[in-house]
Design a binder for this molecule. Sequence first.
Ligand code: FES
Ligand code: FES
Length: 284
Amino acid sequence: MKKHDSEVDENKNVEEQMTDDEAKILDEIGIFGDSRRKFLGQMSAAGGAILAAQMLGEQQIFAHSLGEAANGLPAQNIENGVKVVFKVNGAEKSLNVDSRMTLLDALRERMELTGSKKGCDHGQCGACTVIVEGRRVLSCLTLAATCEGKSVTTIEGLAKGEEFHPVQAAFIKHDGFQCGYCTPGQICSAVALLNEAKNGEASYVTTDVRQRPRSIQLSDDEIRERMSGNICRCGAYPNIVAAIREVHTGKDVAQQWQFAGENSQAIFDVNEQTEKENQADETV
Ligand code: FES
Ligand code: FES
């Protein structure tokens, strides 16, 4: 078959696959018969070129990420390649990555750990929070290459088999989420936060930073401040605070809430009695 004939057949096929709406639009702008087939042929060629350019760009950014085994990517296919050996959720990983690749992209695109979310990709929302060497970090602002020899924990690594991490269980109990998009970051942040409190680390709202307590009893203000880098668009904050407070104190936290008052400001207070108890032994 001549090249011209095959092109005509191809364009006919494209035309047959058009929806009624697409056909109507072409009718309305006056493209019929041969002109329509020619137009569709040009459109599919242009679409293919755009798709190819897009794929090429992604390939460079993710360094042949899709479909490649996490450990077996040949270094010569990667621009500015560096080898990183680190532990992810307890398992040793060896990756050849583009030196500019973020930890978030390495986790999501190379290791298929998609629990960590890309919200803003600018260090402003906290959706990508993971734990590196026991400290929370924004994986969208962390280069994978800087994790050499380190231990990374993501949301996928918190549960022990079928058993949730206590913070995960508390988020479920207290409905600490709606859409769930920010939740992996919130939970990783909360897990690290509880360790910071155990280690007596001060925060912006610690009343007396000269005291170096062995551990800190967190008030709700402390929890809010320490979680302020994790944004929840659904506004599940009261429930998130309650969940963290419950794990922190080891005591059941009851929720009390009311509708907006005079200032149209939502007011939320956790159980008053629990608040008083915690204020009494705020610094141990
Ligand atoms: Fe990292 Fe928003 S995606 S802070
Ligand atoms: Fe939807 Fe937090 S649960 S953004």
